[in-house]
Design a protein. Structure first.
Length: 431
């Protein structure tokens, strides 16, 4: 039996009962009272129907499952069905809202930008990555044409040509982006952006590293090969000339060895396969060793002082010896004779500090931010004279990063330099 027939059966039964009641009244009291009673009952039913119609109209203006009236008679079935439909609709809306929230959360966490546009490129939605990449503001720019927001001749050409199967490399807002439009549905398009600025920077650093390392190795190899060719072609060289050649070859060989060792050290520091294994570092003993090495390098040409006024720390003794040694040896190399070098270990409010202060030649301010780059040299000629590899401060930077420490550099040309390595207070080992 259909639902519609089940709905009308009670209606017909009530009408039948009214007619039977009117007939009985007419039989006992005559037709006039019976018709009057029938009209009164019909008016009462009409008023009830109008009342429920009014409630239904009011509910339709502000539909909510908890506000739906209970009803009477046939209205009970009507309101029950409306309640079920409303509850199903609310459930579907809740599920849809939950999935939409999950989608937006997932899109907001993506490193790539996602922009949803209509078929004429009006902005409908974008995630935070797209706002960062393209300078959009969803609250401000929603409904605006994307080509008016992303003003780039290359992007306009990409739109005009319509070759969306290929990505476009775009330089925009000092970033390098790979963008691509993906049509979907019939009237929607997605613009995807991928930021490759950091990748390009790392790739450039890699190319520069290879080029610089090749250049640094080529010079000593050229010297050694040249002397070897002379020795082969002129076996009767006098002992004095041969000795001078051997001395230069040994110096260049030592230079290559230092360079390779520094490169291997950097590789080890950057490798995830060599995590930091902290131990208690005897700071006083370590810095005394560094001072003795500095005195040997200086050969009495400088005044070198050491003051230790802080506790031991937790870290790698070998790595810290390399970092502290590089800072002190640089101070010796770039400080003229009769100059002074002060080494200090102290505890301050900002943390534990290793300070190297010299009265050397100093460094111009435009070079300070790049000193820790691989093979970066302020004066290439002087660096070769001092037998530097150009990797010392890069090693210092990576050692400090592994120890959660920072490096600050203060310098003035002709007045000297100060290098300050600051370690967190939690690195201190007391007792």
């Amino acid at each position: 039996m259909s639902q519609r027939l089940l709905f009308w059966i009670p209606v017909f039964l009530r009408l039948a009962l009214i007619l039977v009641g009117v007939g009985i009244l007419g039989y006992f009291y005559g037709p006039v009272p019976a018709l009057a009673a029938g009209m009164a009952v019909m008016c009462a039913l009409l008023i009830v129907q109008l009342h429920y119609l009014d409630q239904l109209a009011e509910w339709l203006e502000h539909p909510a499952s908890e506000k739906l009236p209970d009803g009477w008679g046939a209205w009970t079935e009507i309101f029950a069905r409306l309640y079920k439909l409303r509850r199903d609709d609310e459930k579907n809306r809740a599920e849809l809202s939950e999935w939409l929230a999950r989608f937006r959360q997932a899109m907001s966490l993506l490193p790539d930008g996602v922009v949803i546009m209509d078929d004429v490129l009006f902005l409908e939605w974008c995630n935070p990555a797209a706002e960062r990449h393209l300078g959009f503001d969803l609250g401000r720019d929603k409904g605006m044409r994307v080509t008016n927001l992303l003003r780039s001749p290359e992007f306009m050409d990409y739109i005009i040509l319509g070759r969306y199967d290929q990505a476009l490399t775009l330089s925009f807002r000092n970033r390098k982006l790979i963008v691509q439009i993906i049509p979907f549905e019939s009237r929607r398009q997605i613009l995807v952006t991928h930021d490759v600025t950091e990748f390009e920077r790392i790739e450039t650093m890699r190319r520069d590293f290879v080029a610089n390392a090749s250049h640094e190795l080529r010079t000593p190899l050229t010297v050694i090969n040249g002397f070897l060719e002379i020795a082969q072609s002129q076996p009767d060289l006098d002992s004095q000339t041969r000795g001078a050649h051997l001395k230069l070859m040994a110096e260049q060989g030592k230079r290559m060895q230092n360079l390779v060792e520094d490169m291997l050290t950097l590789t080890r520091l950057e490798s995830l396969d060599h995590p930091l294994r902290p131990e208690r570092v005897d700071v006083r003993g370590l810095l005394e060793q560094v001072r003795q090495e500095a005195l040997a390098l200086s050969a009495g040409r400088h005044r070198i002082s050491l003051e230790v006024a802080g506790p031991d720390i937790s870290g790698s003794t070998e790595e810290l010896r390399s970092a502290f040694g590089n800072l002190v040896s640089n101070a010796v190399r770039y400080t003229p004779a009769e100059g002074s070098i002060d080494i200090r270990w102290q505890e301050t409010e900002s943390g534990l500090q290793f300070i190297v202060r010299d009265t050397g030649i100093g460094i111009a301010s435009e070079h300070l931010s790049r000193l820790t780059e691989r093979f970066y040299r302020v004066d290439k000629g002087r660096s070769r004279e001092t037998q530097g590899t150009g990797l010392g401060l890069a090693i210092v930077k990576h050692v400090l990063l592994r120890h959660d420490a920072t490096l600050a550099i203060e310098s003035k040309p002709g007045e000297g330099s100060t290098f300050i390595a600051t370690f967190p207070k939690k690195a201190a080992v007391i007792g």
